[in-house]
Write a protein of this length. Structure first.
Length: 336
């Protein structure tokens, strides 16, 4: 079985061919980071326009790199939610037309389910059920992966996502967009105990997360120091931010795993590339005797292979869409 996966939910135009659910035959990613960097964040209209320009070329290259033609493909999978609406619409419209003209089934994929699937591409032996922490620029979720296509959200951020917190703190320190990776780099030589930062707790659901308090406290710290002419050590501050975020994410995930009886834990999403988060969750799982899975670094950010992989499982489960498929900007995993 060969599935073409198309991703355009944010600032990466991506397409990939995946065979037999887990074998990447090709993966092409056209990133717009350099363009959005000028503005310090993603400009939605620019993102849509670049997707429009690039999507055909990226898809053609994915087919060529895999040495196949559209006729060889079993289905066209596409991210339809959640994300920037104008960006999603480009991918959905394109995938719909492609599927219709080639006479192939169309398979809708939820972006977060796609991130979770990066672990199937990395670990051939991984099978549901397990608990997955998904932390990205737009989402921070603790999710029960009940089967390849059924999910239950048990914890979520009440405000900012972990990636957003990394990026906003990075911006305040003057690092370029997207700042998460720069915080990670600076943290390598910093002291994680140098700054005591707030570790937010939220009332109500004990597995929910909150990062806006941490973000605000870091931004205030930086601005106050700048006003007083004090130069903070950004390596130490980065290490302190990273260890605080890693600790909070790890604590909630481990608590949820214990409470729900999971001994298999996975990590996914753009923030799963973070060295602190990878190390903290992997150490905590080892300590508890849990199996732990994380995607290889090249699959952590948005890509087409994750959509093709999850699209394969959706297709096998009979999840297809007709010509009325639309893009949805906000859609919880509980609703799919
Ligand atoms: O999954 P993703 O590519 O896009 C969304 O679906 O949101 O995640 C992007 C997020 C950004 O916030 C980016 O700064 C963050 O992932 N990120 C990192 C690292 N690499 C990417 N955050 C911390 N450390 C990293 N090494
Ligand atoms: Zn993503």
């Amino acid at each position: 079985m060969l599935i073409l996966g198309i991703e355009s939910s944010c600032d990466e135009t991506a397409a990939s061919i995946v065979g037999d659910c887990r074998t990447i035959k090709s993966s092409v990613i056209s990133t717009q980071i350099e363009e959005h960097k000028k503005y310090g964040g993603v400009v939605p209209e620019i993102a849509s326009r670049r997707h429009c320009e690039n999507i055909l070329g990226v898809t053609r290259k994915a087919l060529d790199d895999a040495g196949v033609t559209l006729a060889d493909i079993d289905a066209v999978a596409v991210t339809y939610a959640p994300g920037l609406i104008g960006a999603l619409l480009v991918g959905v419209s394109f995938a719909k037309s492609l599927a219709m003209s080639a006479g192939k089934p169309l398979v809708p994929v939820h972006h977060i389910a796609g991130h979770i699937a990066t672990n199937y591409l990395t670990h051939p032996q991984l099978e549901p059920p397990y608990l997955c922490l998904v932390a990205s620029g737009g989402h921070s979720h603790i999710i029960e992966v009940l089967s390849y296509t059924r999910f239950r959200v048990v914890g979520r951020t009440r405000d900012d996502a972990a990636g957003e917190c990394f990026d906003k703190c990075a911006r305040a320190m003057g690092f370029p967009y997207p700042g998460g990776v720069h915080v990670d780099q600076a943290a390598q030589t910093g002291d994680p105990t140098a700054f005591r930062l707030p570790k937010p707790t939220v009332a109500g659901n004990e597995f929910d997360l909150s990062f806006s308090g941490l973000k605000t406290s870091v931004i205030n710290l930086i601005h106050n120091s700048q006003q007083k002419g004090i130069k903070l050590n950004y390596n130490d501050l980065s290490a302190s931010i990273q260890s605080t975020i890693s600790e909070v994410l790890t604590d909630r995930t481990i608590r949820a795993a214990e409470a729900l009886g999971y001994r298999k834990v996975a990590l996914a999403g753009g923030v799963s590339a973070n060295s602190g988060v990878r190390a903290a969750l992997s150490a905590a799982c080892a300590d508890k005797g849990f199996e732990f899975y994380m995607p290889e670094k090249s699959l952590c950010g948005d890509n087409g292979a994750m959509i093709a992989c999850q699209g394969s499982y959706n297709f096998l489960a009979g999840i297809t869409a007709d010509e009325s498929l639309n893009a949805i900007a906000t859609l919880s995993m509980d609703e799919i």
